[in-house]
Design a protein around this ligand. Structure first.
Ligand code: BGC
Ligand code: BGC
Length: 869
């Protein structure tokens, strides 16, 4: 393998191999068979039932900070009469069915002939036939199949099926769609008209594919930018979110669409996530917002009144908690604040399985949520028992009939206003299959304009920008020619990872855009991988930044860009020391602490997550033949730029506000673009910088650690979600642990040595050892243990200590548990804890299926073990 690593992993694993070979064991056939049989056992989750006493819907007093809204016009006599008529013909089963939503990965169209569900969704990783790169025709056919199946059931009350999807920056699941900048970029444009047009363009592309409902806009007000969903937020300033939320709803649904009925070519919207998603402690996704109700309403509630007034037909309830209580069970806020005080007459839906996080609920049963005011359950995989249990809950009176009726009425109201009863089956609609809408020149031009207007010029020393198209221009960096990286999460796949150029038939990379603009002016721009060049350029455009992520997988502990590994900075320095001017274009879902990179660059442009129209960047940074700008910079920060890496919560209008670049900052070509030398002290303590304590968490190997799998034939570095070792003896894929895709599942086939390891430059764990810390591995056996399993820690390939944890892997197959191995046991066995470059390596020669979701140091609370050497 040609991977560069200071550690030479081949030798590292050679060591592990040596350990195992000296053990000289093999697995008896019977044990192999047993292991195989055990591999697929799953443990059933017990359903916890609790009766909730039903009360008549009385007005709930809420904090006066909640605005009192007039009805948005969703309720009118004709619609209500129609609903009453339909409901009079519905069976109890059909009513309950309306309140359940299943994911297409877990329900077949035929199921709808038996189960009268009201809705389906295609989640971030769900697609026709499981193929994320399915053709638009396949998506349309899928919508049509489900639609027809739902109506192909003997009934007195035929009700069209509602199909929802996360079209959060364009119809972003679909290959060929226009991918607009994520909300963080749209916020920086400060252009509500543009935002409305983007909503309309997104709707048009969705309508062509027969999808009637998007889970957008996100109206979160991200207050701690360590939150992995900050880029889905328009601004830290509630006033901005309020200014854009309603306009996005109008764009998607069409003006007056909620009240007067959505016209073909528009679709239903969702304001999400109600409430406080952007206000959780430490920016933790799905975490807890600790604040007064007045602050919650004023800051995090700001986007809802305009969205409701614009006629938003649905609101998604947040995964998160407010003062310790999960939102999906919060009657005061859902029924009291949202439905009563703000007069929201559409329907509410829970987030992906979120109801199961309520203490009194199970994944497949949650009367408490419905009684709190939830109208529809997003029950992606558990829809069937959810339907049955909810039915039983209504029959038992645990959910009052009046509450169910209200939920159904709201859903039917949205379906009527959404035009579902008049649209017909997806394949029969006049606008269906109009694939010229997908990535149409008009939509792409709009996206390009949004990119242009979202760019924030941070620094422009000596008027480095605009680029002279006649100069020798090098375009380099990990984001230069990577359309997946520039698009971010929620692009084709949930995490936005694994996307290639071919997945974007209509887009343009940033390099392509620059090359095109320069060529037009008669010059040449050259692409290079890591700042290398044959002919010395005059100027280098270095495009770097965050790799794609979504939701909790994007959570950070601090705001330092490239913690402990400043490879991009090194590249900038190298170019600079060769006398080349550097323009850094930074791709990120939030401002990050980049003082060293800003210092080293002549110009620095924050480009956010621009989407497919990379050409918008060239429009602004490449000048004309007279070196004059073709377009000026317009973008202004809606997120304050941190002065140190630990300014997670940094918000305009708060006490002690001390940003590097304040809210509203953004230079233009008219400005003197100099930025004084910035401090290069990130403010972080050393140990935080290197992730001394955490090696794998939330679905990621933590920087600067790396990971690899190996077998007798060699080493394979892990770069994506799935990997197979050289001979195929070890495979590793993603697995759902506590959250979706938060773990890795490793299968050792047992054909000789196999290992998975995490390694990096050695760190000093002496303090951790004296502090009674242990190596904690959260794991799940997917097959029985059939022989020694070596857990190794070490300095490098030559110096290491292995302990056999086979006998300690005691949890029953299928059950997640944490094994803690004392650091001082490794020390007693000879490990130099002051030099640990391999904090984790798991190796075996026997067949074994095991998953892990977290590998870190944790304190020994009397529960750590000391396995034999
Ligand atoms: C789904 C996403 C969803 C996520 C929830 C994924 O498996 O595809 O749509 O948002 O799980 O954590
Ligand atoms: C996310 C939502 C999304 C839903 C469906 C959830 O995990 O939090 O924002 O709409 O999945 O994909």
């Amino acid at each position: 393998m040609s991977h560069k690593s200071s550690l030479r992993p081949a030798l590292l694993f050679g060591a592990a191999l040596g350990v195992l070979c000296t053990l000289g064991f093999s697995l008896p056939e019977a044990a192999q068979a047993k292991a195989k049989a055990a591999a697929h056992k799953t443990v059933k989750k017990k359903s916890v039932k609790k009766k909730v006493v039903a009360k008549a819907p009385a007005t709930i007093a809420v904090d006066p900070a909640w605005p009192k809204l007039a009805p948005a016009g969703l309720v009118d006599p004709a619609t209500e009469a129609k609903i009453t008529d339909i409901m009079s013909k519905m069976t109890l089963e059909e009513k309950v069915g309306q309140t359940i939503q299943a994911d297409i990965a877990y329900i077949k169209p035929e199921d709808l002939k038996t189960y009268p569900l009201g809705s389906i969704l295609a989640g971030g990783n769900s697609a026709p036939g499981g193929n994320e790169r399915a053709t638009p025709d396949q998506w349309l056919k899928l919508a049509d199949d489900y639609w027809r199946a739902a109506l192909d059931r003997p009934t007195k009350a035929p009700i069209p099926l509602l199909f929802g999807i996360d079209a959060v920056h364009g119809h972003s699941n679909l290959v060929g769609a226009t991918i607009f900048p994520h909300n963080v970029g749209l916020g920086a444009t400060h252009d509500p008209d543009l935002i409305e047009k983007i909503g309309a363009a997104t709707a048009a592309e969705m309508a062509a594919a027969g999808v009637d409902w998007t889970f957008a806009p996100t109206v979160a007000v991200a207050r701690d930018k360590r939150w992995g969903r900050s880029y889905e937020s328009y601004s830290e300033n509630p006033a901005d979110v309020a200014a854009y939320a309603g306009r996005m709803v109008e764009g998607l649904q069409g003006e007056g669409g909620g009240a007067n009925g959505i016209q073909p070519g528009h679709i239903m919207s969702t304001a999400k996530h109600f409430l406080g998603d952007g206000g959780t402690k430490d920016g933790k996704d799905q975490g807890d917002a600790e604040m007064s109700e007045a602050d919650l309403a004023r800051i995090h509630g700001a986007g809802y009144p305009p969205a409701i007034e614009a006629g938003a037909l649905s609101v998604m309830i947040s995964f998160s908690s407010w003062n310790g209580q999960k939102m999906a069970g919060n009657k005061r806020l859902i029924t009291g604040a949202l439905k009563q005080r703000m007069h929201f007459d559409g329907f509410t839906i829970t987030d992906w399985d979120a109801h199961r996080q309520l203490e009194s609920c199970a994944k497949d049963d949650c009367p408490e949520a419905m009684n709190a005011g939830v109208d529809m359950f997003m029950a992606p995989d558990s829809w069937k028992p959810m339907y049955e249990n909810t039915l039983a809950d209504v029959k038992a009176g645990t959910i009052p009939m009046s509450r169910l009726d209200d939920a159904v009425r709201r859903i039917l109201r949205a379906k009527i206003k959404g035009g579902l009863f008049t649209l017909g089956a997806p394949l029969d609609r006049p606008l269906s299959g109009k694939w010229d809408q997908l990535g149409s020149p008009e939509h792409r031009a709009l996206a390009r304009q949004a990119v242009r207007e979202s760019l924030v010029l941070i620094k422009n020393e000596n008027h480095t920008l605009p680029l002279d198209p006649g100069a020798r221009i090098l375009v380099t960096g990990s984001g230069a020619n990577d359309i997946g990286k520039q698009s971010g999460g929620w692009t084709i796949t949930w995490q936005g990872t694994g996307n290639s150029r071919a997945d974007f038939p209509n887009g343009e990379t940033i390099y392509e855009g620059i090359a095109g603009a320069v060529k037009q002016a008669g010059g040449v721009a050259t692409l290079s991988d890591n700042g290398f060049y044959k002919e010395k350029p005059d100027v280098a455009v270095v495009v770097i930044g965050e790799d794609p992520y979504a939701e909790f997988q994007g959570d950070r502990t601090n705001l330092d860009y490239q913690t402990g590994d400043r490879t991009d900075l090194e590249m900038i320095h190298k170019l600079k020391s060769a006398g080349i001017k550097v323009v850094t274009v930074f791709l990120s879902g939030r401002p990050l602490w980049t003082n060293p990179e800003i210092n080293a660059s002549d110009a620095f442009v924050e480009a956010w997550l621009p989407g497919t129209e990379g050409g918008g960047i060239a429009d602004v940074i490449v000048g004309d033949l007279n070196k004059q700008p073709r377009y000026d910079f317009k973008g202004k920060l809606t997120f304050s730029w941190p002065k140190t890496a630990n300014q997670g919560p940094l918000n305009i209008g708060t006490a002690g506000y001390d940003p590097l670049f304040p809210y509203g900052y953004g230079l233009t070509y008219a400005d003197i673009g100099d930025v004084p030398q910035l401090s290069e002290d990130s403010g972080l303590r050393n140990e935080a910088v290197v992730n001394v304590d955490t090696y794998f968490a939330a679905g990621r190997v933590k920087a600067p650690w790396q990971s690899a799998v190996m077998d007798g034939q060699g080493i394979t570095m892990v770069s994506g979600a799935s990997v197979e070792s050289a001979s195929g003896n070890v495979t590793q894929t993603t697995v759902d642990a506590d959250k979706q895709e938060s773990g890795r599942s490793v299968v050792f086939k047992g054909k000789g040595i196999g290992a998975v390891a995490i390694f990096g430059s050695p760190v000093d764990l002496s303090r951790q050892t004296t502090g009674k810390m242990a190596l904690a591995v959260t794991y799940r056996l997917d097959s029985a243990v059939s022989g020694p399993v070596m857990l190794t820690m070490g300095k490098d390939e030559k110096t290491y200590t292995s302990l056999d944890i086979g006998p300690e892997l005691k949890a029953p197959v299928g059950q997640w548990t944490t094994l803690k191995v004392k650091l001082d046991c490794y020390q007693a066995a000879g490990l130099d804890v002051s030099q640990v470059g391999v904090p984790f390596s798991l190796a075996t020669t026997t067949p074994l299926s095991i998953s892990y979701s977290e590998i870190k140091l944790a304190s020994d609370e009397g529960d750590a073990v000391c396995p034999a050497k």
